[in-house]
Each structure stands twice: as C-alpha cells, then as structure tokens.
Design a protein around this ligand. Structure first.
Ligand SMILES: [Zn+2]
Ligand SMILES: [Zn+2]
Length: 156
C-alpha cells in the first residue's frame, strides 16, 4: 500500500478546504458540497486513490453518487489545481501544495506506490522558456518520475 508522504491533520484539512474555497471564489467557480466532499475524501487518503475507490467511499454516505458525478467533481478539482491526476497510476491525489495549477512534479515509487509532490515552480521555468522560444505557450506541466523512494531503497 501507499505510504504517506505528508500527514494531513484535521487542522491541515480545514486549512486546505478554506484555501480551496478561496481559490474557487477567485476563479468565479463554486466548491459545491459534492466537490468539497470529494476533496475532503482525497485529503483523507494516504496515497493516490482510484476514482472507483473514491466513489465507494462516497457511496457509503450518499446513494446519489454515480460514476459520472465523481468524475466531474474530480475533473473540476484537477482543473482548479486542487487535485492531480497521476496518469501512470490512473489515480488522483489532493494537491499537497494547496493549488499548483501550472506545474507539478510527482516522484512515484515503483515498489510501494508512494507519490511525493514537488512544488516544481522554479524547476520548470526553463522548460516554459524553451517552449516559448519555440512558439509554444505552456499552460500546465505535469511530470511523473518513477523510481524507488528512500524507504524502499533502505529496505532493499
Ligand atoms: Zn499540487
Ligand atoms: Zn517506496
């Protein structure tokens, strides 16, 4: 199972939600009760979670959550930078930084599945500049690096 990269205490979670409310309001979007609940569930996860598992968790609370509903909520959270979709794992994680809509780097352990998020703003400036010189305007960069985490290296 996935190992926790960072601990989300109740205080952290409340802070994350308050921040999410602020970000949505600033973008003239609404953090509906469902979107908010999906974000809360994501924050409670100890690692990347599949949409199906999130749906299952949501299902225990409400019978109205259908797959398209949770996919729409996840799409929204990803679009707002509040959550990330890790393609290689086909899973979702709450943004650890708060909301990094522009550039993200995940270090994903092949052995235990831990996914550690980097606040990659500066690391990717060069890439954005290079693309710009090529006439391309990058809106979002998502890099997934796979390897072995420190814990798994020690265990090996
Ligand atoms: Zn993030
Ligand atoms: Zn590992």
């Amino acid at each position: 199972m996935a190992v926790m990269a960072h601990d989300h205490s109740a205080h952290d979670r409340a802070h994350h939600i308050a921040e999410a409310e602020r970000i949505c309001a600033a973008a003239s979007e609404s953090l509906t009760p469902l979107r908010r609940r999906v974000l809360e569930i994501l924050l409670d996860q100890t690692g990347p979670a599949k949409a199906y598992d999130l749906l299952h968790l949501l299902d225990t609370e409400t019978t109205q959550a259908k797959p398209p509903t949770i996919y729409r909520a996840l799409d929204f959270l990803v679009r707002m930078g509040l959550a990330h979709r890790i393609e290689s794992l086909n899973a979702f994680v709450a943004c650890d930084v708060g909301a990094c809509a522009r550039s993200t780097i995940f270090l994903i352990c092949e052995k235990c599945g831990a996914a550690e998020e980097f606040d990659a703003g500066h690391a990717l400036v060069d890439l954005a500049d290079a693309a710009k010189r090529d006439g391309f305007a990058i809106k979002r960069t998502m890099i997934e690096a796979s390897g072995l985490c420190a814990t798994c290296q020690r265990a090996a």
